[in-house]
Design a protein around this ligand. Sequence first.
Ligand SMILES: CC(C)(COP(=O)(O)OP(=O)(O)OC[C@H]1O[C@@H](n2cnc3c(N)ncnc32)[C@H](O)[C@@H]1OP(=O)(O)O)[C@@H](O)C(=O)NCCC(=O)NCCS
Length: 183
Amino acid sequence: MVTIRVEKSSDTAAREALLDLAYGPVRFEKPSERLRSTRAPARGLSFVAVEHDRVIGTVRLWEVSAGPTCSALLLGPLAVDPAQRRRGIGSALMHHALRAAAKRGRGAVLLVGDAAYYSRFGFSAEPTGALWLPGLADKRRLLGCELTPGALDGVRGAIRVPERPVRTPLTAAVGRLAKPQAA
Ligand SMILES: CC(C)(COP(=O)(O)OP(=O)(O)OC[C@H]1O[C@@H](n2cnc3c(N)ncnc32)[C@H](O)[C@@H]1OP(=O)(O)O)[C@@H](O)C(=O)NCCC(=O)NCCS
């Protein structure tokens, strides 16, 4: 049986081997990789598909800023072991990741990929029309999915590593609780 769970540090080698197999060395040259290579993914938002104790699928989400005003998550890379494809594992990883992001109150997820695959999960190039990813030539591959309706309305500018820690609905609530109360 295939299980989807949060990635552990002991999965790192298997995840990297799987990404090498799925994408080859060009994976390090992708424009989206420039946003990922120097930092960790969003906490608790890396998932693996496991069967018989073996990692056969991976997906991760990363904090990004989308233009100056919008904080979003960048999804990727998504990969499934070539020998295990067309069993619905890629779809299960996508649904799991999007559900986890929505549960945290996140408004939008972005990715670079084929609309022919990702449209089934609600992604399209429509809400990313005024966004760009430095180094990405084919704008049709920049896709977005709103988890909160309107989250990408009017969003315009470059997709970048956020300069300051991202304030999500959860961290904002924790911040409010931590504030000293007036006597
Ligand atoms: C894309 C990927 C994650 C899908 O994993 P999977 O477990 O086979 O996915 P699912 O079983 O949920 O779905 C398989 C379906 O997606 C289709 N599909 C896979 N890649 C596709 C693509 N790039 N464009 C359109 N359809 C695609 C398959 O043809 C299959 O169609 P079918 O259901 O009609 O047979 C896997 O093929 C993979 O790791 N590919 C290499 C990395 C990659 O190219 N990732 C990004 C895609 S832009």
